[in-house]
Write a protein that binds this ligand. Structure first.
Ligand code: ATP
Ligand code: CA
Ligand code: CA
Length: 433
């Protein structure tokens, strides 16, 4: 009995939290978007806007199902970031706060973060530690500068930083970011690579139970995998990765990974397999009445998208009778798959097509990027480095100082990025010796 009770409570709490997160985003983001655009100032990076929600509402804040407080951090900076990453404002709100919104990914990391996908699978909400939250605010300006100067950055794209506070004072910090994986393609294998080997192994025996598990560095090496890119793509990829890592070294960040989702073109899509790991959450706390497979995995039609975007525009207008900023000017109403970001690494169906040595297309599409990049090399990691260093080879443990972490990361990625032909030659030479 005790167990069941706990479970229900926990689930219920998540539903309420998810509802509050999305309500807060809807109201605060549409409020910012409703104003005329203007250039950023230094103060925008420090800014925060607080909104109190309650069941009665008032002329500034619409009524909500629950009482909670919401904080929107650096709203103007994130508005500009969303613009930079080519998100249509109405589309963004619609994806996040339309009906039947979220699905929760069952605790994928050790850190205790929760992950939620937007209904259409394009965005991820990740709850973060207070330390990560403070750190993102601290580096926001440099992050902003970097992504402005590097339109092809492989770093996580942050679209919002927010906080929900319950009436009894619990604070939940979270970010909204890009889902690297596409809504319309199966990912057949996923790897989370750091360039370290210690503890970087997923037990392959457990794959039967969990075929979608995220594999790690040792699995990659054991399977003799390569990131099959011809010379030109490899050069572009490595040059961008170097710039991104350089920033992280400067900001003393570590523990990040290169997340790679592989779509095998010959296998295509299997709709049932995709839905299996996901649970549907609805904002009101009730189970949704639709079949989860359909809710989650069907990519909305163009018409549906347009209707939803129009509804959302209406909503923005009705909440604030101020003309919309020019952020959506000159952009099509609904951006199509693959055109959301200008990045050269997300050009082939939202990802990067494998290529042969002669740059002809290969039979896989890679969906990749650098994730988990808010861990500052602080006290905890220094302690970990000390203790692990006593028992292992120092260059192989994952908690290295940022400089070495970045160098090791880069040289690992350099080593695995090899066209199929070159890999075969290297293998042949190894055997001859
Ligand atoms: P830990 O600190 O223990 O590594 P964490 O809670 O910080 O865990 P992340 O490392 O950020 O979590 O992510 C865990 C997993 O969630 C990743 O390995 C990946 O499978 C998935 N994931 C995270 N971010 C993304 C993203 N942007 N797109 C797609 N999948 C993601
Ligand atoms: Ca991680
Ligand atoms: Ca982490």
């Amino acid at each position: 009995r005790v167990l069941i009770g706990n479970k229900v409570d926990e689930k219920h709490a998540n539903w309420v939290t998810a509802y509050n997160m999305l309500t807060g985003i809807r109201v605060s983001v549409s409020r910012t978007n409703a104003k005329l655009d203007r250039p950023l100032t230094d103060a925008d990076f420090e800014a925060k806007a607080k909104t109190t929600f309650d069941i009665t509402g008032n002329e500034l804040v619409p009524s909500a199902k629950y009482d909670f407080k919401f904080k929107d951090y650096a709203p103007w900076v994130f508005r500009h970031l969303r613009q930079l990453f080519r998100l249509d404002p109405a589309d963004y709100l619609m994806s996040l706060t339309g009906k039947y919104i979220l699905s929760e990914l069952g605790s994928p990391g050790k850190s205790g973060s929760f992950f939620y996908f937007s209904r259409d699978y394009r965005f991820i909400i990740k709850t973060i530690h207070h330390a990560e939250h403070k750190f993102l605010r601290k580096i926001l300006k440099e992050y902003y500068q970097h992504v402005t100067e590097n339109p092809n950055t492989l770093l996580s794209q942050f679209y919002g930083l927010h906080r929900v506070k319950t009436p009894w004072g619990r604070k939940i910090h979270f970010v909204v970011m890009n889902n690297l994986f596409p809504p319309h393609r199966d990912i057949h294998t996923t790897f989370d690579l750091k360039g370290s080997t210690i503890g970087r192994d997923y037990r392959e025996e457990d794959l039967g139970k969990n075929p979608r598990a995220t594999l790690k560095d040792l699995n990659w090496l054991r399977r003799q995998r390569h990131l099959e890119l011809g010379l030109q793509k490899k050069r572009l990829f490595m040059e961008q990765l170097q710039k991104d890592v350089k920033l992280m070294q400067k900001l003393q960040i570590m523990d990040y990974s290169l997340l790679i989702g592989v779509h095998d073109i010959s296998k295509g899509n299997d709709e049932n397999l995709r839905a299996r790991n996901l649970q549907v959450f609805s904002p009101g706390g009730e189970q949704t009445d639709q079949d989860p497979n359909q809710v989650l995995m069907r990519t909305p039609s163009k018409l549906e998208n347009q209707r939803r975007a129009a509804q959302m525009r209406q909503l923005i207008k009705s909440e604030r009778p101020v003309p919309m900023g020019r952020s959506s000017a000159g952009m099509p109403d609904v951006l199509e798959e693959g055109s959301r970001s200008d990045s050269i690494f997300y050009q082939d169906d939202g990802g990067m097509r494998a290529t042969h040595e002669d740059d002809s297309p290969g039979d896989e599409i890679y969906y990749l990027g650098v994730i988990d990049c808010l861990t500052h090399y602080g006290m905890i990691k220094k302690i970990e480095h000390f203790w692990k260093g006593l028992s292992h080879d120092r260059s192989q443990i994952s908690a290295l100082p940022p400089e070495q972490y970045g160098d090791r990361f880069l040289s690992f990625m350099e080593g695995i990025t090899v066209s199929r032909e070159e890999a075969a030659r290297l293998e042949f030479e190894k055997e001859r010796r």
